[in-house]
Design a protein around this ligand. Structure first.
Ligand SMILES: Nc1ncnc2c1ncn2[C@@H]1O[C@H](COP(=O)(O)OP(=O)(O)OP(=O)(O)O)[C@@H](O)[C@H]1O
Ligand SMILES: O=P(O)(O)OC[C@H]1O[C@H](OP(=O)(O)OP(=O)(O)O)[C@H](O)[C@@H]1O
Ligand SMILES: [Mg+2]
Length: 300
């Protein structure tokens, strides 16, 4: 099915963990839609050439692979599982364009608490329940482990109690579900988060320019989210030590303090986390009057 060359069609989860953050991201990037009703499954862009398709997250990679949608916001776990499934078919070629810093979780192996875990080879000849048979299969192959994969759509943790499996491979975030089921995490197969996905070949029409603009805006929002402006004062002798704690600062501005020849003002735009620990370290290094401000918009 061919897509109109003058509009981008973006697939995202209708309702679930990724829906609200994905909507917010598009909103922050200035994309608005004619309907904000969640039951409206196709939302036309309002004053922009981007339309939304709201679906189950599992369907997003296939919709992109089949050219029904141009882009998708989906977990890396779901994208990579589908990409492996489509390997060698006419619909291969899915790619991750950009991580989006929400929906963080990991795909992990877990075994009963009581089991003495020595390493992945303990799984040789065992049964492992999972909703990610492709990712698990690839891992087992790489590790040279001969285990049986028991594919389940959900509630994977119960498989051991039901006698269907000896271990599981499932998503973990807080770890509470594992604890509640008497399981312990043993190996991480994949660190996941929501990503922007598309095909790995250019559209070859007007959508390439639309995609470049779309990515520039999303990238701008991601940078603003990560950016903080730090303001402080320090002595001339302490300046180097303070700046060493700001390795991510983009061209810090250093200016004199009126009426104090020994003091300097420091203004630094930081692009990674500004934690309390970092501020305390700066204070110990000689920074005073530390202030951290959010950044609303950035135009490079
Ligand atoms: N604790 C978690 N458990 C599961 N997924 C998580 C977790 N934390 C983040 N995620 C991410 O959120 C994505 C969507 O999770 P959600 O539970 O909403 O999916 P779902 O139940 O399959 O939804 P759908 O109805 O769209 O199929 C996951 O694929 C994963 O990338
Ligand atoms: O480490 P935690 O924070 O406990 O999160 C992990 C759990 O969350 C997900 O299940 P979900 O609640 O989506 O149910 P489902 O697997 O049955 O869809 C996942 O499949 C795990 O069971
Ligand atoms: Mg799903």
């Amino acid at each position: 099915m061919s897509r109109p060359a003058d509009r981008l069609r973006v697939a995202m989860q209708k309702s679930g963990r990724l829906s609200d953050p994905a909507r917010n991201l598009l909103k922050q990037a200035g994309f608005q839609f004619r309907s904000s009703d969640k039951d409206q499954l196709f939302c036309y862009g309002d004053g922009c050439a981007v339309d939304l398709v709201l679906v189950r997250d599992d369907d997003i990679p296939q919709l992109i692979a089949e050219n029904v949608c141009d882009l998708g916001i989906v977990g890396r776990n779901v994208l990579q599982e589908k990409a492996l499934e489509l390997r060698g078919t006419a619909h291969a070629g899915l790619q991750e364009l950009m991580p989006l810093a929400f929906g963080g979780c990991r795909l992990s192996l877990a075994v009963p608490n009581g089991l003495d875990w020595r390493g992945p080879s303990d799984l040789d000849g065992r049964r492992i329940a999972t909703s990610y048979p492709e990712l698990l299969g690839e891992y087992l192959q790489q590790q040279g482990i001969g285990a049986e994969i028991v594919a389940l759509k959900g509630s994977v943790e119960i498989a051991i109690k039901l006698g269907k499996a000896d271990a599981i491979c499932d998503l973990v975030s807080s770890g509470a579900t594992l604890v509640a089921n008497g399981l312990k995490e043993t190996e991480i197969l994949l660190q996941s988060e929501a990503v922007l996905a598309c095909q790995n070949t250019p559209f070859g029409d007007g959508r390439d320019a639309l995609l470049a603009d779309f990515l520039a805006r999303i990238d701008g929002v991601m940078k603003v989210q990560a950016s903080k402006l730090i303001l402080c004062q320090t002595g001339k002798r302490e300046l180097d030590a303070v700046l060493r704690l700001l390795p991510d600062a983009v061209a810090p501005v250093i200016s004199p303090v009126w009426g104090d020849d020994e003091a300097l003002n420091v203004q630094a735009l930081c692009t990674s986390a500004v934690t309390w620990q970092r501020l305390e370290a700066m204070k110990s290094a000689g920074a005073r009057g530390l202030m951290v401000l959010p950044v609303e918009k950035l135009l490079a």
